[in-house]
Design a protein. Structure first.
Lengths: 419, 144
């Protein structure tokens, strides 16, 4: 007699299987909304049956078979409707059995392809970034709508609307369900990677004391990144992004002080860095570097993070290498924020005067006009050069621009210390 | 959350009996599933305790003890580190694991790893302030 399955166990199994389930169903019915409905129906069936029968040995197969039967019913109904239309229009009917046969054949296809298809659809460029994020977490992360809402600090109805609208957009745009290959696939990747990194950063930005589900987003993003790196083992930037996330996450424990104030990278207790994540990050980076020619933006950022991860002490940091990596990243992205980071690295590698020269070149950059880290970086370099009065003015200006209260307080405190 | 999944030792594993080709293949497949699901962070098998050592701490004294160790069922034959959403998910994964010790009774134990949040309470500003007050009081006691 199998032990009774609790509601919690069934929900857990469903979370584990839902992406594959929906992925397989999307291939069959070619409609994300319908696929999700069918998967939900399978969940309801499990909730009815499993409490008395226990969880089957292969719950994924059970859910798939249940959903598949419903899918065949749904397709039959759709066929009948279409045939009626065809009769009215005087067209030749299509045999019913072929549809069912297609479904059977489709089910034996590669599961990996199903997941990849689902990722690419959820992150389709036709959708807004916000919609992509919501749909990805819902369909692939197995998060419920209210969990996504809590994680992003927005009302549940907002997420619901985003998901409904996203599904409608996908249907209206007649997004193709074939998995693209080669160059076509490469073109679709940036919109997927952007979503994962955005989810990761949202989690990374969460502060202590906030809803636990927010920092959890880092784990969700890393898990999706790991899944994606298995689906696309030859794509350098997938490994690059995974490396970047693992290396950044390795510092989670060290980056906030006891009072919740952020601790700068060079002041962190490196003994608190997570060596398991560092090892994994460095391995993913190695893989990315072996595949990429030249290195892409995520791989370059991961390579910079790796320079810090490899340094046992701040003094041991390979700053000239970081400068070289920022050179490449600046060339690739043309981003003024990257230029600013490069200037700071130059200061560390070759002295504050050289760094300040580069920072000063950015003063007229419109994109950085309200960016508090520009005056704050400048103040840092001025201090190192003994120009305290100027440094103080820059710190006060940085405090004015800072949006985070805690950061503002820190900057003002520093300004006061300048005397 | 992170969990450590501990495969407990048996008489055979302690005797150094190597797993069958079939078991290695099944475990390989299971590990592959874990990797594909983004669950697997690390994992390894361990030599029998006859190759291990213990250091006992007692009364400020440290004594090195050579293996093997007697309490077979409490020993560890291997471990994984997984990232999962919940303990329930970890249990579900273990349910899918092939029998690690065919022909013998064995156990797999799942233990959550401490996370930064688990220590969070100790770091709240209120508690810290309290601690600082306490420290100040102790120092004052020393002065008097």
């Amino acid at each position: 007699m199998p032990s009774a399955a609790t509601h919690e166990t069934i929900e857990t199994v469903w979370r584990m299987e839902s992406a594959r389930l929906i992925g397989g169903l999307v291939r069959m019915v070619r409609d994300v909304g319908l696929a999700e409905d069918l998967a939900q129906e399978a969940l309801v069936a499990a909730l009815e049956r499993w409490p008395s029968t226990g969880v089957p040995d292969n719950p994924g197969a059970w859910l798939m078979a249940t959903a598949k039967n419903r899918a065949i019913d749904a397709l039959r109904r759709r066929r009948m409707r279409e045939r009626k239309h065809e009769k009215l229009a005087g067209e030749a009917p299509v045999a019913d059995s072929s549809t069912v046969h297609d479904v059977e054949a489709a089910l034996d296809d590669d599961v990996g392809d199903d997941l990849l298809r689902l990722v690419l659809i959820a992150c389709h460029p036709v959708l807004s970034t916000e919609a992509r994020v919501a749909l990805t977490l819902r369909l692939l992360g197995g998060l419920a709508t209210d969990e996504i809402a809590r994680a992003f600090l927005v009302p549940v109805s907002t997420i619901q609307q985003r998901i409904v609208r996203a599904k409608r957009t996908l249907a209206e745009a007649r997004v193709p369900f074939e998995v693209p290959r080669g160059e076509d696939l490469a073109r679709r990747l940036p919109s997927v990677l952007e979503v994962l990194y955005l989810v990761f950063n949202e989690g990374y930005a969460a502060t202590r004391g906030e809803d636990w589900i927010r920092p959890q987003l880092c784990e969700d993003a890393m898990r999706l990144g790991r899944i994606l790196s298995e689906l696309l083992p030859e794509e350098a930037e997938v490994h690059g992004l995974l490396a970047l996330m693992e290396l950044q996450a390795s510092r989670t424990r060290a980056r906030l002080g006891p009072d919740g104030a952020p601790i700068l990278l060079l002041d962190q207790d490196r003994g608190r860095w997570d060596q398991l994540l560092i090892r994994r990050g460095l391995a993913a980076l190695e893989r990315a570097e072996s595949l990429a020619h030249p290195l892409g933006p995520y791989t370059l950022q991961a390579a910079i993070a790796a320079c810090h991860a490899r340094a046992r002490t701040p003094d041991a940091t390979d700053w000239p290498r970081i400068v070289a990596l920022y050179d490449a990243l600046a060339e690739l992205t043309g981003s003024p924020v990257v230029e600013l980071n490069r200037a700071v690295a130059v200061a560390m590698a070759f002295g504050p005067a050289q760094g300040l020269e580069l920072v000063d070149e950015l003063l007229d950059e419109p994109a950085l006009r309200d960016y508090h880290l520009l005056p704050s970086a400048r103040a840092d370099l001025l201090l190192k050069l003994g120009r305290t009065a100027e440094a103080r003015a820059e710190l006060e200006r940085a405090a004015e621009l800072a949006t985070n209260e805690r950061e503002r307080a820190l900057l003002l405190e520093k300004a006061k210390e300048c005397g | 959350m992170r969990v450590m999944v501990i495969v407990k030792a048996t008489e055979n594993s302690e005797a150094g009996v190597m797993p069958s080709e079939q078991l290695l293949a099944d475990m390989g497949k299971f590990n592959e599933e874990l990797v594909k699901a983004g669950v697997m962070l690390a994992g390894d098998g361990l030599h029998p305790s006859s190759k291990g050592k213990r250091v006992r701490f007692a009364g400020g004294k440290k004594t090195v003890i050579d293996g093997p160790f007697a309490e077979t069922k409490e020993l560890i034959a291997g471990f994984w580190i997984w990232q999962v959403k919940s303990m329930e998910e970890a249990v579900e994964w273990v349910r899918r694991c092939p029998d690690p010790m065919p022909g013998e009774e064995s156990e797999i134990e799942i233990r959550p790893v401490f996370e930064a949040e688990d220590f969070g309470e100790e770091f709240t500003p209120e508690l810290r302030a309290q601690e600082e007050r306490l420290r100040a009081e102790i120092e004052r006691q020393h002065e008097s």
